[in-house]
Write a protein that binds this ligand. Sequence first.
Ligand SMILES: *[C@@H]1O[C@H](CO)[C@@H](O)[C@H](O)[C@H]1NC(C)=O
Ligand SMILES: *[C@@H]1O[C@H](CO)[C@@H](O)[C@H](O)[C@H]1NC(C)=O
Ligand SMILES: *[C@@H]1O[C@H](CO)[C@@H](O)[C@H](O)[C@H]1NC(C)=O
Ligand SMILES: [Zn+2]
Length: 637
Amino acid sequence: MVAFNKFFTTVFLAIAYASVSNAAPWAQHSKYATHSRRELDNGLQLELYHPESTYTTFGEGLELGANMRGGDLKSRTVGFVRQRLGIDEKSVTFKTGYSSESGAYGYARQYHDGIPFANAVANVAFNGNKVIAFGSSFVKPKKVAPKKPTISLETAISSAERTLNGKHNGQTPSIEYFVKADGTAALSHVIQIQNDEAFTWYEAFVDAHTGELLSVTDFVNKATYHVLPITKMTVVEGLETLENPHHKDASPKGWHDDGTKVHNATIGNNVVAFKGSQSATTAASGEDAFVYNFDITAEPTDGTNLEVARTNAFYMLNMIHDISYIYGFTQEAYNFEHSHGDKDSKGSGDRVLMSVQDRGGMNNAAFATPPDGQSGKCYMYLWNMSKLKRDGSLENDVIVHEMTHGITNRMTGGGTGRCLQTSEAGGMGEGWGDAFANWSEQKDATIKDFRLGTYVYKEEGIRDYPYSTDSAKNPLKYSDVKKRRGVHDIGVVWANMLHNVYAALVGEYGFADPKIAHYDASGKEGNVIYMNLFIKALPIQPCNPTFAQARDAWLQADEVNYKGIHKCTVWKAFASRGLGVKADKYVDDFSVPEECQAPPTQEPETPETETPETETPETETPEVETPENPETPEEST
Ligand SMILES: *[C@@H]1O[C@H](CO)[C@@H](O)[C@H](O)[C@H]1NC(C)=O
Ligand SMILES: *[C@@H]1O[C@H](CO)[C@@H](O)[C@H](O)[C@H]1NC(C)=O
Ligand SMILES: *[C@@H]1O[C@H](CO)[C@@H](O)[C@H](O)[C@H]1NC(C)=O
Ligand SMILES: [Zn+2]
């Protein structure tokens, strides 16, 4: 279709990387630096204390003493902390650290009599043999509690479970000193308490001599978003207010902490959603909340509609980050993140820049995927196909389609962004995007036809056929590839094949609720198997794959991850659309391997799923035309 002709998903963009400012994330207030108040879900109010941090930066850098120069990060960190604070060897240990191109960072904690302090830590930043910054919350306690607990661990656990309304999650508890606001150091049992139903996960510090709850760490980053849930397609279906949609494994620090700073806006570790300049983000509407009103009778730029658009774009890209992470698009697999947390920082600094209501285009959307380590950039434009303009950021399938370009371009060929360049591979790139959008919007096992772009474009969608298992509605087969012009049209053939694979898998293995399927790749249901094969085939396919090679990668992913048990289901679905065993050079073949030809022992369970049409007569005649130069590049950019 004309409308989508301007995608330049594979164009390499050199994106100037704006550095993140280090300003304090919120207003300074006398107690803000040392205290926080927390109201737990059960109404319990806690005032928490963290000893004050001192912090010094050293400009050009402070030369290390000769005795420390050339030592490893651990000895330099410990040596510097000791020297600076005038403390002995037993009072400090190295906790963790890492080196990057811009320097090395060491983290230490205070000890007393062999027991660590929970809230007394130090950090040293090095540039070569120079120290460039030093922070410390080490304390000189007025009084230190005896090191042997008088309250047993069992008692502490049951008291913490009661107070925090959860269960100890089995994580080994520890004994740590805890500095209190009065300057004394209490001994504490540190215990993790979790409650999956209430979505709480705390670390409790229980005084090991008095049984008092001294403090809690809240591992759950709370946030509320008024958005279009990922299973809905367009804003017409209605926004909802969602709480804590982030996933704890995929985004352990939530969506607003980028490892350097906690942002009170649509910016974080995975995504910056902005309009115009990267600092033009949407600010929180209240404490941890992004709740803005959407007026469908107004222009996308009016009232708070832009805030809703940025919030939804931010939510959606983060959702795809988390879902694809669960299925394998991780740091090692060249994903898009600002900081990699505890993991190898190679390829970090590349969260997705989401340009909402981008002024550079109209009636379109695009994604640029430079190599790992450089931010991907997503462009969402306004559409003028109806009386009021419409915003692509409020149609989830358009967003998912674009973000999938980032996933497939990064995962094929090892993070270079260079491996979906041929028409055929680029066509599949488009197809994957539609197919992922289609997958993420599924609510139940019913196999329905799918159309992309029904809100921004028109009811019939933006592609020339709906995605359907019904050949009357979508007749496209492998041989059609050669007749089609441009990556988007080729993509429709591929996406429809995947649609048929999906329908076959769901027909045979059922459907897991999206709330589970989006976050757990271990399920046995058809939609989970499908997404596993989808993602896990990408890193094992060749650079610039053909349809047949990409199909083989799906089969191989099934072999590796499922011992090939879905092999025949996958083969039959591809073969039903002409990509059978002998399919080659855009000539259809409907055959499946011999072992898949045995008559099915069981009727397929889902009646709506069409039996694959392996016997279409007209296709028996081999097509002799040579493919019309499928290598012609179509993209204008
Ligand atoms: C974030 O912004 C909101 C709205 O301005 C405000 O109410 C809230 O206190 C801010 N939170 C922080 C931590 O600054
Ligand atoms: C819609 O936008 C396109 C591209 O900017 C422009 O050529 C066209 O005239 C616009 N149509 C309307 C109805 O505004
Ligand atoms: C696309 O969506 C329809 C329902 O809207 C579903 O029947 C179909 O199987 C989906 N295809 C894929 C590839 O997810
Ligand atoms: Zn595309």
